[in-house]
Design a protein around this ligand. Sequence first.
Ligand SMILES: Nc1ncnc2c1ncn2[C@@H]1O[C@H](COP(=O)(O)OP(=O)(O)OP(=O)(O)O)[C@@H](O)[C@H]1O
Length: 336
Amino acid sequence: MINIKEIEEMKIKELEKKYPFAVSFFENNHLNLEGYDEYTFEQYLNHFTEEEIEEWAIDIERMKVDFIVYMNQMLAFLGIKEADQVNSLTIIAGKDKYREKEHFETFTIHKGEIVSIVGPTGSGKSRLLADIEWTANKDTPTERRILINDEIPDKKWRFSSSNKLVAQLSQNMNFVMDLTVMEFIELHAKSRMIQNEQEVIKKIIDAANHLAGEKFDLDTPITSLSGGQSRALMIADTAILSTSPIVLIDEIENAGIDRKRALNLLINEEKIVLMATHDPTLALMADKRIVIKNGGIHKVIQTNDREKEVLVELEKMDKMISTFRADLRKGEILKK
Ligand SMILES: Nc1ncnc2c1ncn2[C@@H]1O[C@H](COP(=O)(O)OP(=O)(O)OP(=O)(O)O)[C@@H](O)[C@H]1O
């Protein structure tokens, strides 16, 4: 459900911008919005004089309820209900591969935070991401539990395909579809029922080309994209089209794309981002990192100022490497 408080605190002009369909509610109820841009919904309802309320038989309390019901129905219909409502994700400790209790009790990640997950190959990084995607409730090998907004999440998250809690970018992206890039993005855009479809498609393709080393166009079949290109396309698609409040990333390093840009595209004040990585630049870009050992969360490290200095150095090195890579592609002789 959308938050009644949020709606009440929004100005009419913000409401029109964020939820354009809200205007129809006023129209249907013959309520004139002109000149009330700067009013909140509540202030608007309260602006009527006693006489007007009587004359037009306006029931303010009823109107409030009806409006929220209408908004909820519309958002559900558009597949965006609840998607923006995740404020926190909590992991409750389970057991490692030796059935020992994990080295923490609970760990909460808030909206807008990025958390990296590090640990040796096979230690259980992907397992943790899978637990989150499944909103585990002691029903996975780790026996972890996942809370959303401090509560056991509704099971419907697991099975909903259009309104997903989690958008996952995984290591293996096998495209079996016989579609062009254009058809693929169109398919996604259509399923989201966005209004400015062509604009959004262009935005995705621009962002994807920005991330990928070699450019591709809309007529390219998905199956003939290189690993880096398909990765870039998926990232741009997720960043721009997905309404999922949680983004899980399993290794973006080997993809031959601009990783920093990719991450920046996915980061958003409204989202929670978790990424499993072996890459120091990406790991340090996160606010915190979870260290996994033998299938369990061993510790959580906060990225401190000294590490942020290391990050600056790493970014310089990364820049150098990508310049060399680009020169190499162009067939140039590399020089310092
Ligand atoms: N706590 C646990 N209890 C039981 N099995 C676990 C646990 N954690 C992970 N596993 C299992 O261990 C195997 C390896 O884990 P996973 O694939 O998550 O490793 P990874 O860290 O992602 O490895 P890579 O770096 O190679 O991607 C998987 O089969 C996973 O289900």
